[in-house]
Design a protein around this ligand. Structure first.
Ligand SMILES: Nc1ncnc2c1ncn2[C@@H]1O[C@H](COP(=O)(O)OP(=O)(O)O)[C@@H](O)[C@H]1O
Ligand SMILES: [Mg+2]
Length: 393
């Protein structure tokens, strides 16, 4: 279970409360922080590191340190990049900086979480993720990186296959040695594929934490659309810091109380069919197992913390009376932020700041787009005849 949401809404607190509740109800639980700005240790009032430590019966906690693991996964690939940048006359510090491929930290973090998930020591793994935008990058990167590498690797390999010393004279950059390719291939074909499988697997799910505030809800709605675009399943929204009834009736808070009722209704509608789990604003900040357990009881009064509450829609290709179509889940998307094109055998969808390249099945590829229709839940693209005569097989 991955928890995300805007900064400061209570992700870490809710993730820890979920873990405490699950452990109380008998499940072996690990809660791990994947947010570089770790605060899970503060919530448990314990010092945490990359190796899980016991917090209470059936509950362990840890904080991922991607920098410490970076070398295992990226060592030779990074060394090669530094070498290449040096060769171009770029000075040391800058070459080092440039070789920090964007996204490597996120992938390394996910690999560390995957290792814990695959260890079999836990029934449930709760991940306290970074704020929405980084979390989106985190879960969509395995697919994005897989594509980029797949395009890049054959070209590099073709150049190198000429025989490195000869090629070296033709191409004026240092060429990677075969170990670099081996590392890159393991990364792409084994590791990224495993991660992608784990993220879209039916037991994995994202929960978006919100508070009854306009900006928080707007960001959550956009995130929900983008998770759906990448088929990252979401199964619940957590509405945190709700004013308790007795406070909402106080004169000073009456307006807040009314707004809160409206916003809860809005969240229920915008995220339907996801259930909305509710947590009240407690009288003091929430640290230590006892207070976390109290919050957990509110959240999961009618549910089990480790259950997946809702199944997310997937991309679907099919045929109806008008012809072939593709259906992409895009709840809450707005037409203004959406762009759809087909290039060769790929359907390219851009929603806000994210773009997904969907490989079309053979029978649909290279057909003209007849129409693209957006409703509240999904985008439906209809395809016509083949773009080039003779290719309509
Ligand atoms: N339901 C709640 N009642 C009272 N305080 C809360 C509640 N949820 C979160 N807090 C407090 O709000 C602050 C931010 O929470 P935190 O979980 O660190 O947010 P995030 O991880 O989203 O940045 C913390 O001081 C936390 O104790
Ligand atoms: Mg946090």
């Amino acid at each position: 279970m991955l928890y995300t949401g805007k900064g400061g809404v209570g992700k870490t607190t809710i993730a820890a409360a979920t873990a405490v509740c699950a452990a109380e109800r008998g499940r072996r639980t690990l809660v791990v922080s994947a947010d570089a700005a770790h605060s899970l240790g503060d919530v448990f009032e314990r010092r945490l590191g990359p190796d899980p430590i016991g917090i209470a019966p059936r509950i362990d906690a840890s904080e991922v340190d991607p920098r410490a693991e970076m070398h295992n996964h990226w060592g030779r690939i990074r060394d090669y990049l530094v070498e290449m940048f040096h060769y171009q006359g770029i000075e040391d510090v800058v070459a080092d900086e440039l070789a920090q491929l964007p996204g490597t930290e996120e992938i390394t973090t996910l690999l560390a979480v995957e290792k814990l998930a695959a260890s079999g020591r836990y029934d449930l793994l709760i991940v306290d993720c970074a704020p929405t935008d980084s979390a989106l990058r985190l879960v969509t990167l395995p697919e994005v990186a897989h594509r980029v590498f797949r395009l890049l690797l054959p070209t590099m390999q073709a150049i190198t296959r000429i025989g490195t010393p000869v090629a070296q004279k033709i191409v004026s950059i240092p060429l990677p040695r075969s170990e670099v390719f081996r590392d890159a291939e393991t990364l792409i074909y084994d590791k990224l594929t495993t991660l992608r499988k784990r993220i879209t697997n039916s037991q994995t799910s994202v929960r978006i934490v919100v508070t009854p505030e306009r900006m928080v809800i707007d960001e959550a709605r956009r995130a929900y659309t983008q998770f759906a675009l990448f088929e990252v399943p979401c199964d619940a929204v957590v509405m945190n810091r709700l004013l308790p009834d007795e406070a909402a009736h106080e004169h000073f808070f009456q307006h807040w109380g009314r707004l809160q009722v409206e916003r809860c209704r809005e969240v229920e509608e915008a995220f339907a069919p996801l259930p909305v789990l509710r947590a009240p604003l407690l009288a003091d900040q929430v640290t230590g197992c006892e207070r976390l357990a109290e919050l957990g009881r509110h959240l999961f009064a009618q549910a089990e913390p480790g259950d997946v509450f809702c199944k997310s829609a997937r991309v679907r290709f099919g045929r109806d009376e008008t012809g072939y179509f593709a259906q992409v889940p895009l709840p809450n998307a707005s037409e203004d932020d959406l762009d759809v094109v087909v290039v060769d055998d790929e359907l390219i969808i851009t929603a806000g700041a994210r773009r997904r390249f969907l490989k079309l099945p053979r029978r649909i590829a290279r057909r003209r787009v007849l129409s693209a229709k957006l409703d509240t839940e999904r985008l439906t693209v209809h395809f016509g005849s083949a773009a080039h005569p003779g290719e309509d097989r």
